[in-house]
Design a protein around this ligand. Structure first.
Ligand SMILES: C[S@@+](CC[C@H](N)C(=O)[O-])C[C@H]1O[C@@H](n2cnc3c(N)ncnc32)[C@H](O)[C@@H]1O
Length: 366
């Protein structure tokens, strides 16, 4: 696969013709389970039609907190499982748009709009599916500065131009908007010989970014630091695939990135009010920033800016920082890029099991 067009055609063939259901996948990359699900999320996913669910190829849970009334875009929406669950969670005042380049996937998604509109008791659909490339959102008619949230589930790795995908996402997000997405990452830059493997590319492995590259791209474009929300290992068991991949390791990681205003806030102490449905006890900003309801937590300037600029602002009380509460310098800034593979190793050492990707036909994949 030498050109971008060739990569896209090969992926279209994979998701349009080769795969009929999730059971046709040859690795577990595209069905890695995500983090724990809250009751409203579980219920919304449970309402999605089984034909749509049988063609779900995601690798994480791309349903963030506080969705009512939100305008959401799903990059590479496939048969629409996440879109339909989100359509329930945003309610009739919200809207979800899915964009995908593969006709066969779009046909299924569109066929089930009426079913879900009726099932959720809406008088008119709050969802639509657009044909287009995620590297060219404007060309597909997606409006700039228009979305509160962008989600994407196991798709960016399939793109031959990841920077364009992130740049276009930035353009169509409103200020304070969030890109919340799950994808496959490698622990290194993959060799060209791996990149050319059509099946491993289609399986969401060969196109994986080295996790550090995501941090570089995010900073070049102007996004906040990518905050790691959850990590799941992706074991590759087949000998013929292992022969191609060598020692490279893979994991599915869910990140959240924000389009921040130019002026950054100072670090603050924040108190979460516990009012977001499904998150009454605590709000996990990322895997290590767990904000218990009514507790006082010191957070850095970047997290403060993200919380203040986004839909989460009214859920928090912001108080001045206590001097020297975050190390000797008094600075709470934490710009360190966390390595998802070190995270998994540390969990392993402590004997805390992070479940690897599950069996494709298992309902446990949610
Ligand atoms: C692994 S599937 C995931 C589908 C869906 N997100 C899910 O979780 O079931 C990848 C999807 O992304 C779409 N896709 C891949 N590359 C794309 C691109 N460059 N532009 C638009 N869609 C793309 C494919 O057509 C396919 O439907």
């Amino acid at each position: 696969m030498s050109s971008e067009a060739e990569v896209r055609e090969s992926v279209k063939e994979y998701y349009g013709k080769k795969l009929k259901t999730v059971n046709d996948l040859e690795t577990q990359a595209c069905v890695a389970p995500g983090r724990k699900v809250t009751r409203p999320v579980k219920e919304a996913i449970g309402l999605v039609h089984e034909v749509v669910t049988s063609k779900y190829y995601g690798c994480g849970l791309v349903i963030p907190e506080k969705l009512e009334g939100m305008k959401i875009l799903d990059l590479g929406s496939g048969s629409g499982r996440d879109c339909f669950a989100l359509s329930k969670l945003v309610g009739p005042a919200g809207h979800v748009t899915g964009i995908d380049m593969t006709d066969e996937q779009l046909d299924i998604a569109r066929e089930y709009i009426g079913y879900h509109t009726k099932k959720f008791g809406y008088t008119k659909p709050n969802i639509d599916f657009v044909k287009g490339y995620i590297e060219k959102l404007t060309e597909a008619g997606i409006q700039s500065n228009n979305y509160d949230i962008i989600v994407s589930n196991c798709v960016v790795n399939l793109s031959p131009d990841k920077k364009a995908v992130l740049q276009e996402s930035y353009n169509v997000l409103k200020e304070g908007g969030e890109l919340f997405f799950s994808d496959v990452y490698a622990d290194r830059t993959l060799d060209e010989s791996i990149r050319k493997h059509k099946v491993l590319w289609g399986e969401c492995i060969a196109g994986a970014l080295w996790w550090k590259e995501l941090h570089t791209l995010a900073s070049e474009i102007g996004f906040s630091k990518p905050y790691m929300v959850s990590v799941t290992p992706i074991p590759v068991d087949r000998d013929d695939f292992k022969a191609v991949l060598g020692d490279a390791k893979f994991a599915s990681v869910t990140y959240r990135l924000f389009k921040l205003p130019a002026k950054q806030s100072e670090g603050t102490q924040v108190i979460y009010n516990g009012d977001i449905p499904g998150y009454e006890e605590e709000f996990n900003f990322d895997y290590k920033t767990k904000l218990k309801t009514n507790d006082i937590n010191a957070v850095d300037g970047s997290i403060t800016t993200a919380l203040k600029a986004s839909r989460f602002c009214e859920e928090f009380d912001f108080q001045p920082p206590v001097k020297k509460s975050c190390g000797d310098s008094g600075s709470c800034e934490d710009s360190k890029a966390e390595d998802p593979f070190v995270y998994l190793e540390e969990k392993n050492k402590k004997g805390e099991v992070v479940a690897p990707a599950c069996c494709p036909s298992s309902k446990a994949c949610c």
